[in-house]
Design a protein around this ligand. Structure first.
Ligand code: EPZ
Length: 430
């Protein structure tokens, strides 16, 4: 298993280019199969989840041509299999977007029920509620969701919980359902808007994405388009907190500052200087970080995917901070790992109470999930001494060239896969 080995203590300084948004790309790649014409998608992040989903799309029979690492052509006219293989859903939950896409286009889809995840149980009842409201028969057979419909018709759907996945999945199916669909209590994340814009560029008729009421008029067919994915606000935010935690000065480029507002607000609260440009944001860390309280909320609130990153930064802030996770029930699994680095963090229910300490010290830790793994790397970059992060396959799911980008900012970090390489790193960095 590969690991990161890090020698902490260097302030990270410089500029880093942000890749396309993983969570927008996963939905857009799925929606691309809804036409029989060729779709060109650019600014794809070169990360494991994207590559796995492209395999799943190819496996059901679509033509997938990787033009380069961040550009792909997809043509769904040759799809012959409406059942997605379990191995894909096991690797990435977001394969469930193929449900909405295949149901919308073929009125039939079979996708294995996604399992739980490291951050919580993550049911998909709202997705299924939406498909049923559109007229589909939805059953669970042998661990798979089987959705079928003579025809799909518009409906007025009230989501019981603000769900990014359900909003996007229902929006995809409804875009080819006869008549009008209204989705109430819709998620407002930037990637929901990106998927709606993508579908509209294919000839769909979707209005209101980015608000909590999305109105869709179904169309018979969708057509070719060329589309570029929005920048990944979570990758950007991760580097912004890396600046804060290491006492650095980082400019994230190719971003949409508006998508980062909640993150920027918290960075300023803890003492950072944040400067916004048209497509870049610069973060300069203060000499001493201040405490704050933060609660994760659906967009435009503070993002749950940035919760571990602010927590590890607050571990070094002066004073006591409280981080409350309101979206997922099990997103503090990194706390014990962070404690091994000297942090003073106590999880009580869905909150973590963090008493800032003067310094963290390097230790051997394990990434429990994607964002917590990235946060532990940030902790290692800020800590004194050597940190080894195990199970970095989680991090590679969502961060393109993570160690290269960090090294370009002055980090002492290497991806290794043996004790021998770790020893060589220790000798090199002294
Ligand atoms: C998306 O997950 C993201 N993943 C997650 O990012 C992100 O944390 C999450 O949205 C929230 O922003 C992708 O886009 C691939 P939800 P999703 O449906 O769609 C409950 C990352 O790190 N819920 O908005 O699965 C659910 O349990 C990942 O990139 C239901 O109860 O999240 C959760 O408590 C981690 N029933 C809440 O809603 C449902 O049918 C929000 O989940 C669906 C969701």
């Amino acid at each position: 298993m590969e690991q990161y080995v890090i020698k902490g203590g260097n302030p990270l300084v410089g500029e880093v280019d942000i890749a396309g948004a993983k969570n927008a790309a996963l939905a857009i790649l799925s929606a691309a199969i809804m036409t029989d014409e060729t779709i060109l998608i650019e600014n794809l992040p070169d990360v494991r989840d994207i590559n796995v989903l492209l395999e799943a799309i190819s496996e059901i029979g679509a033509q997938v041509e990787r033009v380069d690492k961040s550009t792909v052509k997809i043509n769904g006219s040759t799809i012959g299999n409406l059942s997605v293989d379990y191995e894909f859903i096991k690797k990435i939950r977001a394969s469930y977007y193929l449900l909405g896409a295949l149901l919308g286009k073929y009125k039939h889809a079979e996708v294995p029920l996604p399992g739980g995840c490291n951050i919580g149980s993550r049911p998909i009842d709202q997705h299924l509620k939406g498909f049923r409201a559109l007229g589909a028969d939805v059953d669970i057979c042998h661990g798979a969701i089987v959705a079928k419909a003579e025809n799909l018709h518009g409906s007025h759907i009230f989501l019981d919980v603000v769900s990014v996945g359900a909003t996007i999945n229902i929006m995809m199916a409804a875009s080819m359902a006869a008549g009008r669909t209204i989705i109430e209590n819709a998620a407002r994340e930037p990637h929901v808007v990106d998927v709606a814009n993508f579908l509209n560029s294919m000839g769909a008729n979707i209005k209101g994405a980015g608000t909590d009421v999305i109105r869709i008029r179904g169309v018979e067919t969708l057509h070719r388009t060329e589309y570029s994915i929005i920048p990944d606000q979570i990758e950007a935010g991760t580097f912004m907190f890396a600046a804060a935690a290491t006492g650095g000065d980082i400019t994230v480029r190719n971003v949409i500052p508006k998508h980062l507002e909640a993150t920027t607000a918290k960075l300023e609260e803890i003492g950072c200087e944040v400067e916004e440009f048209d497509d870049a944001v610069r973060v300069r860390a203060p000499h001493t970080l201040h405490r704050t309280h933060v609660k994760t909320l659906p967009y435009p609130g503070y993002p749950t995917d940035m919760q571990p990153q602010i927590a590890v930064t607050l571990a070094l802030a002066e004073g006591t901070s409280i981080v409350t996770e309101s979206i997922f029930e099990n997103r503090f699994k990194y706390a014990d790992e962070l404690s091994r680095m000297g942090a003073n963090i106590k999880v009580e229910g869905n909150s973590a109470i963090i008493d800032g300490v003067k310094k963290l010290t390097g230790a051997r830790v394990s990434a429990p999930d994607l964002r917590a793994g990235a946060a532990l790397v940030i902790a290692g970059l800020a800590a004194e001494g050597i940190t080894i992060v195990d199970d970095i396959v989680y991090i590679q799911r969502g961060y393109e060239n993570f160690e290269d980008k960090l090294r370009s900012l002055g980090a002492e970090i290497e991806r290794v896969s043996s004790e021998k390489e770790i020893q060589k790193f220790r000798l090199r960095v002294g």
